[in-house]
Design a protein around this ligand. Structure first.
Ligand code: ZN
Length: 156
């Protein structure tokens, strides 16, 4: 099996069996992002525990690439610290914007390397980045909202 077929197989696998799909509670921020060039949509929620990514839940519609990417995102960022996960976002973005010239680091990106083939098709890059951009946006909102916990009274 050549590497392109292997990558396609990984993407198809995440598409048909998406990891962590569904919208869950609790969450600190929810966003809705659209990729108009392809028609992909995602609603994504972020739940942080301190500076750790406790959960990323989502409902996605659209092409196999956008949906598989959300599944891989879910695998990669949950359980990591926000700075670590942002580092992976940077790596993945670099890979996607590399027009097929960037060598993916499998130790870091795991199944995310499968999108290296997609990077050769500029029209599909936004599909692969949709969920990651949504996650970045939701995480920024969650961090800035400073979620108030129930037992932390409003004493002023
Ligand atoms: Zn798409």
């Amino acid at each position: 099996m050549d590497v392109d077929s292997l990558y396609q197989e990984i993407i198809l696998d995440h598409y048909t069996n998406p990891h962590g799909r569904g919208l869950r509670e609790p969450y600190e921020a929810e966003v809705h992002h659209v990729n108009p060039t392809c028609g992909d949509e995602i609603t994504l929620r972020v739940h942080l525990d301190g500076d750790h990514v406790a959960d990323v839940s989502y409902a996605a519609e659209g092409c196999s690439i956008s949906q598989a990417s959300a599944s891989v995102l879910n695998d990669l960022v949950i359980g990591r610290s926000v700075p670590e996960a942002m580092g992976l976002l940077d790596d993945f973005t670099e890979l996607m914007q590399g027009r097929g010239q960037v060598e993916p680091d499998e130790d870091r990106l795991e199944d995310g390397v499968a999108f290296a083939g997609v990077a050769k098709f500029p029209a599909r890059v936004k599909c692969a980045l949709l969920s990651w951009m949504a996650w970045k946006d939701a995480t920024a909102q969650a961090l800035s909202s400073e979620p108030s916990t129930a037992d932390q009274g409003e004493n002023r």
